[in-house]
Design a protein around this ligand. Structure first.
Ligand code: SPV
Ligand code: MG
Length: 293
């Protein structure tokens, strides 16, 4: 039988609550290739990390078309399924379904939509986060579902706990979004412990698979998520943050030493760069296609 498609791979990862899956952040083709080589089985096209790599703030400063362009590079640079951070869908139901259709055309395997208003701001910035009306947001989900059907995994992301609402509100949203056709629920929390997320998981009882983003509660051992039957963990921004640290270090050294001799042993050689991006394929293709017949 044919190899499973990227959408089938992502659906299998997200829908299994018996095996925990991991999605690694990618923000460009290079970070996607590195995550794949490291052994990850799926990618998270992070809005924060993509914005950051472009020099934008995670506040819908990059347009939907810009996001789609970056996603194409991420999809092209690995063989992995890509779950795209679609923010709130860049507007109302119409913008959301347009985004989903474009992401599908560019080879994404899934999209996560969050229940906030345009323009959004990153969940960890400030403390006032206006939420979308629950019915209006459900309309966005239904419009996406009617547009892409089962060709894209649809993750509904709940920002109620981020916005300071009680657990009951978050659960109500999750049930309404499940009814609207979501394939999985992403429950977001800004707490430094997993307690809030775990009490949601207990009450939710896996009506749909749960996706989590333990950026702030990173001290929690992974066994806790397995016991709670979480389906998917997203490492949302760590390659981007690692790149900042590495680039800072190399810049500081070069400016101080006016020479690159001491940084050279600590950075990948150009040959490693060429290997990562498969330059060796080119002479093989040349032998096939440049040779006179
Ligand atoms: C992202 O990676 O852009 C996310 C996760 O949406 S968070 O930054 O936690 O909102
Ligand atoms: Mg985001």
């Amino acid at each position: 039988s044919a190899a499973p498609s990227l959408i089938e791979l992502l659906r299998a990862q997200i829908s299994s609550s018996s095996e925990l899956s991991f999605l690694m952040e990618a923000h460009d083709g290079l970070s996607a290739a590195i995550a794949e080589r490291a052994g990850f089985n799926g990618l998270w096209a992070s809005g924060l990390s993509i914005a950051c790599s472009l020099g934008y703030r995670d506040a819908n400063e990059a347009s939907w078309s810009h996001l789609v362009e970056v996603v194409e590079r991420i999809v092209d640079s690995s063989q992995l399924p890509v779950l795209v951070d679609g923010d709130g869908g860049f507007g109302n139901f119409n913008n959301a379904r347009l985004l989903a259709r474009k992401l599908l055309q560019r080879g994404a395997a899934g999209v996560a939509l969050e229940d906030n208003c345009f323009p959004k701001i990153n969940s960890f910035v400030g403390d006032r986060h206006p939420l979308a009306d629950i019915d209006e947001f459900s309309g966005r989900l239904r419009a996406v579902k009617d547009t892409v059907a089962d060709d894209l995994v649809l993750v509904a992301r709940i920002e109620a706990l981020i916005a300071g609402f009680e657990m009951d509100e978050a659960l109500l949203c999750a049930h309404v979004y499940a009814d609207a056709g979501a394939d999985a629920i992403l429950i977001h929390s800004r707490r430094s412990t997993a307690d809030e997320m775990l009490s949601f998981a207990r009450a939710w009882q896996n009506r749909l698979p749960l996706v989590i983003v333990p950026t702030k509660y990173y001290r929690t051992p992974i066994s806790v998520y397995r016991e709670a039957r979480i389906s998917t963990v997203i490492w949302a921004n760590h390659s981007m943050r690692a790149a900042i640290a590495a680039m800072r270090q190399v810049c500081r050294r070069i400016i101080a030493e006016e020479n690159t001799a001491s940084v050279e042993p600590n950075i990948p050689s150009l040959d490693e760069v060429f290997e990562l991006l498969k330059y060796d394929e080119l002479p093989r293709a040349e032998a096939l296609y440049l040779r006179p017949r």
